[in-house]
Write a protein that binds this ligand. Structure first.
Ligand code: GLA
Length: 347
């Protein structure tokens, strides 16, 4: 018998390095964090899903068979029910209460955390073991919800980080093959923190989709499937701004490789240097920084950060800072460390 009540947790993520590389067939090094979205779900008799977003104080209800479009957080819930049904899951009626401790639109992947928590909750109520379709397939389902129902053309980075997170390790993801390799994150006394720029973003309809379209256009002109396959010399011949977009992707892949080596060597000062050069590339070549983000980077560096960079899709959100032992991050910064991936909690 499927359970009548479940609680599913989808963690947010911090991407250590490798930004805007996922939809370009490149490399990234994210980790799941302990903050996330919690969905408390109770099965009901009628085929209606009633959802309540605790932080917004908003509620709505829809018939499980409904396929009408909605906006904002409602699009995630309707989209998840529809995509799970398309996968062959018999989604039933449910009361969903959505909470947690992850700020929305802050670059910590609140969208994927919500998708993943909804996905695990609805699967469990339907009596389906998440390991049956497998986590890679679930990451694809979650990404489809975001691409097709929410309208943000995001890649798979956030969903993979949330579903496959491990304590004490970052995940090296190769988006050309979807191979995942845990890389131990031994920080010693060093600390990673995020500091909120207080500027909120929404990727559906924002500059994110525009960057993605630019990368697709660059691929067309170069005759490659993904930008990561492009030769540096060929990419340099593209018209602007496509040449600088490609330069970011190709140089960022190199920085991910260098960051993995630095972590394996325990060379955290070198990791700091790489975070700074990633930020410069995202600011100057990929052009996704803003005044509020720059001010936040400056605050972290003034506080003594060995490295600081914008994380996530850009145009606002949080900035990541790396601090050596003894240095003091700003008081409003939140410490982050690798935490386990998405899971059902005891109910
Ligand atoms: C957002 C998207 C991801 C990825 C990052 C940038 O978080 O959801 O797919 O593209 O931006 O690295």
């Amino acid at each position: 018998m499927p359970p009548e009540h479940v609680r599913a947790f989808g963690p947010g993520r911090v991407n250590l390095i490798g930004e805007h590389t996922d939809y370009n067939g490149g490399l990234a090094l994210p980790f799941a964090i302990s903050q996330g979205v919690l969905v408390d779900a109770t099965a009901v008799e009628d085929l209606v899903i009633r959802a309540h977003a605790l932080d917004l104080g908003e509620e709505f209800a829809f018939a499980v068979s409904q396929r009408e479009r909605e906006h904002g957080w409602r699009a995630f819930v309707i989209g998840m029910a529809a995509e799970l049904e398309a996968l062959g899951v018999d989604v039933g009626g449910a009361n969903l209460s959505i909470g947690g401790d992850l700020p929305r639109g802050a670059g910590l992947s609140s969208s994927a955390a919500l998708e993943v928590a909804l996905c695990l909750a609805l699967l469990a109520l339907a009596g389906v073991d998440a390991e049956e379709p497998g986590r890679l397939e679930l990451a694809r389902v979650c990404a489809r919800v975001e691409n097709e129902w929410v309208g943000a053309q995001t890649g798979l980075l956030d969903q993979l980080a949330s579903l496959f997170g491990e304590p004490d390790a970052a995940l090296l993801i190769d988006f050309a093959t979807l191979e995942l390799e845990p890389v131990p994150l031994r920080l010693g006394g060093w600390r990673l923190v995020v500091l909120d720029s207080a500027q909120r973003h929404e990727h559906a309809g924002g500059g994110y989709n525009e960057r993605r379209a630019e990368c697709a256009r660059a691929c067309e002109l170069l005759g490659v499937q993904t930008l990561s396959e492009a030769r540096v010399s060929a990419a340099a011949q593209l018209p602007e701004p496509l040449a600088q977009r490609a330069r970011h992707v190709l140089s960022e892949n190199e920085r991910v490789r260098a960051a993995v080596s630095a972590l394996r060597d325990g060379d955290l000062p070198e990791l700091g240097v790489l975070l700074n050069s990633s930020h410069a590339s995202l600011r100057d070549d990929f052009e996704i920084s803003t005044d509020a983000v720059e001010a936040t980077v400056a605050r972290l560096r003034a506080a003594g950060a060995a490295g600081a960079r914008i994380i996530g899709g850009g145009f606002g959100g949080c900035v990541l800072g790396l601090f050596a032992p003894g240095e003091r991050p700003p008081r409003d910064a939140i410490e982050v460390r690798p935490a386990p991936g998405a899971r059902l909690l005891a109910s």
